[in-house]
Design a protein around this ligand. Structure first.
Ligand code: GLN
Length: 193
């Protein structure tokens, strides 16, 4: 099994390291040809406007969109989640328009635009997950097919799944906790229906 990590821009090295710690092959994807033989793809955090420009410039937009619509699992973190949303409120990037969610970019205001907190995520077990938010988007709205995986104490939705698509507003790759990456690998293996 091979997991690709979109390496146009942003925190892709950390995702590659996390997948490798799970003893699974991970490879950077910068060009459409590198998607060949990839069983799942991670879209990292970074700057969604830049990521979408680069994905367009390298013809990755239509290719990744088509593979995901065909069932290839995608895991988007932060800017990667923005890239997966069907709707971006306010001024946004051009996204792949895959998930039935509405996201708002840079949603946590200036003072707290970066923060860390512990959240209990039932799908990952009892132990809280240390969630790192960096100029994070939030999920304003989800449609009925979307499963909410995590919320902040004020009920803000910060992690969702819709079939083969998984997205978090925070950065699991910046912690040593591999449970979110394992959860994604299980989706790729078809173990998590
Ligand atoms: N603020 C970035 C954006 O809107 C996302 C930040 C991140 O990925 N850490 O694209």
């Amino acid at each position: 099994m091979k997991i690709g990590v979109l390496a146009s821009q942003g925190a892709f090295i950390e995702h590659i390291a996390a997948i490798e710690k799970l003893d699974i092959e991970a490879l950077p994807v910068r060009l459409p040809g590198e998607l060949k033989g990839v069983d799942g793809l991670i879209l990292p955090g970074g700057e969604s406007t830049t990521i979408s420009k680069l994905m367009n410039a390298y013809d990755l937009m239509s290719e990744v969109g088509a593979l995901a619509k065909n069932g290839m699992p995608l895991f988007g973190t932060c800017a990667g989640m923005i890239m997966m949303a069907k709707k971006i409120s306010g001024n946004g990037a051009v996204s792949l328009e895959l998930m039935d969610i509405t996201v708002r970019r840079n949603a946590f205001g200036r003072q707290v635009d970066s923060f860390e907190t512990e959240i209990v995520i039932a799908a990952l077990g009892k132990q809280p997950f240390h969630a790192v938010f960096i100029r994070a988007p939030l999920i304003e709205q989800v449609e009925k097919d979307v499963e909410v995986l995590a919320k902040l104490p004020d009920k803000t939705i910060v992690a969702v799944r819709q079939g083969n698509l998984l997205a978090t507003a925070f950065h699991p790759e910046l912690t040593n906790d591999l449970r979110f990456h394992q959860y994604f690998v299980d989706i790729v293996k078809g173990k998590r229906k």
